[in-house]
Design a protein around this ligand. Structure first.
Ligand SMILES: NC(=O)c1ccc[n+]([C@@H]2O[C@H](COP(=O)([O-])OP(=O)(O)OC[C@H]3O[C@@H](n4cnc5c(N)ncnc54)[C@H](O)[C@@H]3O)[C@@H](O)[C@H]2O)c1
Length: 439
């Protein structure tokens, strides 16, 4: 393909060079004449292991050249790849000045041209940038309509400086946001990659990149936070984490990474509190772990507020809570966020009717029974064996149970608001009043 790449920084230089090394004709455009001159000499304007040799090879083969001129760079191109910087602006927001400028220049150049063209944003941009800024700007400056020979995609970059060439050729996945036509051009450009391809909506493609970087930051801080406490307890966290990462079932795995409702149960809250207590005793702040308890409580509060707003507006105060234990297939109610939710709602005068396929008052015992007696002393009165009974006359159904009888009952008699706390209740998603807790 004939590719014009805008922005010969760390991402752009590696990308332009590696694409040329895989047979594409690439022109790099940068406003910095120094970078363009260095590349024209067959050298890399950025330092990265293995890059100098690749640049020299790509330039001498004629597959890679650089220019400061957008018209020169774009002549005859099939695809524009936008790799300009998106630095932090005032207040921490993203400064999109470089994006706006380069997209405006591309649009002006495409005006009057009928050749099919795809603009691919590779820079990291906040969710909504492509839809709300790039597409309108491109349409305005080119006078062309996106979707009609002109396509726009978002394809985030996941390479790391220091190993960028290897990372470029071995990415974890190729994430593409945009129409089928735009995605087809991106796939053609990256046909040499051997990795999973994920086609997602534009905003999801933009969001995946931030999710990855936020998670990496959380992981680093998690290990470092533990080590600040454990050092004082005479524990070597390097050894702890060597063992920790060997658990590929629960630790380094997709487990616990599904959006849904708050965590609870007899272990997570208790053991987090215990760690935070140890930290306080040793005068160490663990803000990340503290925040995970706080954000968990905030989620329960948010859901309660949404339900209260709905019943207040409707003037009907009956709510069906379908699922009470802290997770599916257990009757353990200790520190269940559903119990906390019921407690808040009942305290606000809401007529809560509860059904849980696994919870049976006559079988509760020990700490489990004591917990629920303390939190919901009248549970017996509001607990229903049949989900249909719990749903009778309800304005809201709050559904966390994935039990088939529960899901069927909600579909059969759906209240005006069906709030899904689970995220894997597909039959409910078609209901008129369906709302996901976080989607
Ligand atoms: N650096 C990384 O490790 C990394 C990894 C993944 C994603 N990203 C993202 O990729 C993007 C680029 O990052 P970077 O580190 O390569 O940035 P950078 O600042 O090193 O490079 C940006 C380049 O764009 C050029 N430029 C600015 N305006 C231009 C214009 N109108 N026309 C042509 N060129 C122009 C600049 O002169 C500069 O050379 C950012 O959004 C960044 O968040 C970076």
């Amino acid at each position: 393909m004939r590719i014009t790449l805008f922005g010969l920084g760390y991402v752009g230089t590696v990308t332009a060079t590696c694409l040329a090394a895989r047979g594409h004709d690439v022109v790099g455009v940068d406003t910095d004449p120094g970078k363009v001159a260095v590349l024209a000499e067959g050298r890399s304007p950025v330092v990265e292991p293995g890059l100098d040799e690749l640049v020299a090879g790509a330039v001498s083969s004629g597959r890679l050249r650089a220019t400061v001129s957008t018209p020169d760079g774009l002549a005859g191109a099939d695809l524009s790849l936008v790799c300009v910087g998106t630095p932090s602006g005032a207040g921490g927001g993203t400064d999109l000045t470089q994006i706006r400028k380069v997209v405006g220049e591309i649009g002006a150049q495409l005006a009057g041209m009928s050749h099919p063209h795809t603009v691919v944003v590779r820079s990291t941009v906040p969710p909504g940038t492509v839809d709300d800024i790039v597409v309108p700007l491109l349409e305005e400056t080119s006078g062309r309509k996106v979707g009609d020979g002109l396509h726009v995609a978002m394809c985030p970059e996941f390479l790391r400086e220091g190993s960028s060439v290897t990372d470029f050729f071995e990415p974890p996945f190729l994430v593409i946001g945009g129409s089928a036509a735009a995605a087809a051009s991106v796939k053609e450009m990256f046909a040499f990659l051997d990795c999973p391809v994920e086609s997602v909506p534009l905003r999801a493609a933009e969001s995946v990149k931030y999710a990855c970087n936020a998670f990496h930051a959380v992981k680093v801080s998690f290990a470092n936070e533990l080590s600040r406490l454990y050092r004082l307890l005479d524990v070597d966290t390097r050894r702890v984490m060597e063992v920790f990462v060997q658990d590929r079932q629960l630790n380094i795995s997709p487990a616990y990474l599904r959006p849904g409702f708050a965590f609870g149960g007899s272990c997570l809250p208790k053991d987090l509190r215990s760690l935070l207590y140890l930290a306080r005793m040793n005068c160490v702040d663990l803000p990340l772990l503290e925040a995970s308890l706080a954000t968990n409580e905030m989620l329960v509060r948010d859901v309660a507020d949404r339900v209260l707003a709905a019943v207040d507006t409707a003037g009907s105060r009956r709510v069906a809570l379908l699922g009470l234990s802290f997770k599916h297939l257990t009757d353990d109610l200790r520190e269940s966020p559903n119990v906390a939710l019921a407690e808040i709602l009942i305290g606000k005068g809401v007529d809560v009717r509860v059904h849980d396929p696994v919870v049976n008052m006559s079988r509760l015992s020990g700490a489990n029974l004591r917990y629920v007696q303390a939190k919901l002393p009248h549970l017996q009165k509001v607990l229903h064996d049949d989900p249909a009974e719990a749903l009778e006359g309800a304005h809201v159904a709050i559904v966390s149970s994935a039990d088939a009888a529960v899901v069927d009952a909600v579909v059969a008699a759906a209240p005006p608001l069906v709030l899904d706390l689970n995220g894997r209740l597909a039959p409910l998603e078609a209901l008129v009043g369906y709302e996901g807790v976080g989607w």
